[in-house]
Design a binder for this molecule. Structure first.
Ligand SMILES: C[S@@+](CC[C@H](N)C(=O)[O-])C[C@H]1O[C@@H](n2cnc3c(N)ncnc32)[C@H](O)[C@@H]1O
Length: 254
């Protein structure tokens, strides 16, 4: 006769015996409003700062990075773009407070995801990023009205074709590869190339687990089909594991 009683659950030892351990990764429930300094940008984009004096440089997904403030102070015509620009400095400071707390907690909880190559310690990295945000907030308050900080969202940028000599984008493409799909990445790559008369540099090329973006080869093929050549270039900088390279895009001769 059939029984109505459910079979007993397996003993705890059988349920917990599996050796499967998810790979450690950064938990990124939303895109963090987190930023770095010009010194860090110089390393992970292999920038030649003296050669950029008087050049038009765009930083896409710039967040609270101080790159543009510091670059402008060195005579580079730099502009930053981020979806949150247009918010008041107080609102941005609140985003910073929440997102920095979340990110810095993770840095300390998952030290295996970080390499102390560019910084002597996690404390030194935190100090550097806090300096970046202080400099950004001061500059934003003064220069938002002058068009140095532009609100906008990939994959559509509010700029003319070839408007900049160099276009940079750090810590948005690839690292949020599970939030933005492959088509978004292709569209973003094309759009970054559209507004650049020279190169586009994108860093890093890994996901939140430090592993290479799995569809990079397919992405490069799609871009090539649109007339955009690309190279993977090693850079002398690694803080987050797997972040020691950048993607360089150039429009081919048409
Ligand atoms: C982790 S921060 C990177 C800041 C800076 N580039 C750096 O490397 O220090 C990522 C930034 O991307 C911005 N963002 C989110 N979605 C975006 C989109 N679709 N287009 C452009 N920026 C976006 C966020 O507001 C955030 O400020």
């Amino acid at each position: 006769m059939p029984t109505l009683t459910a079979p007993p659950p397996p003993p705890p030892s059988a349920r917990t015996r599996s050796s499967f351990q998810p790979a450690p990764q950064l938990e990124l429930p939303s895109v963090s409003f987190f930023g770095r300094t010009l010194a860090e940008y110089t390393q992970f984009f292999a920038l030649n700062l003296p050669a950029l004096r008087g050049r038009d440089v765009l930083d896409v997904a710039a967040g609270p990075s101080s790159f543009v403030a510091e670059a402008c102070a060195r005579g580079i015509d730099a502009v930053a773009l981020d979806p949150l620009y247009g918010s008041t400095p107080e609102t941005l400071a609140t985003h910073v407070q929440l997102d920095y707390a979340r990110m810095l907690t993770q840095m300390r909880a998952k030290p295996g995801l970080f390499r102390l190559k560019s910084f002597p310690s996690l404390d030194a990295a935190e100090t550097d990023r806090r300096l970046a945000v202080q400099r950004f907030l001061t500059d934003y308050e003064t220069h938002f009205v002058h068009g140095r900080y532009v609100g906008g969202t990939l994959p559509r940028l509010p700029f003319f074709d070839n408007a900049f000599d160099l276009v940079l984008s750090a810590h948005l493409l690839f690292i949020y590869g599970t939030r933005f799909d492959f088509e978004w990445h292709v569209a973003a790559g094309r759009e970054l190339a559209r507004v650049s008369a020279g190169e586009v540099r994108i860093h890093p090329l890994c996901g939140a687990d430090g592993r290479p973006y799995p569809k990079l080869a397919a992405l490069r093929r799609e871009l090539r089909a649109s007339g955009i050549e690309s190279d993977v270039v090693r850079v002398d900088c690694e803080f987050f594991i797997g972040s020691g390279s950048m993607l360089v895009l150039r429009k081919g001769a048409s």
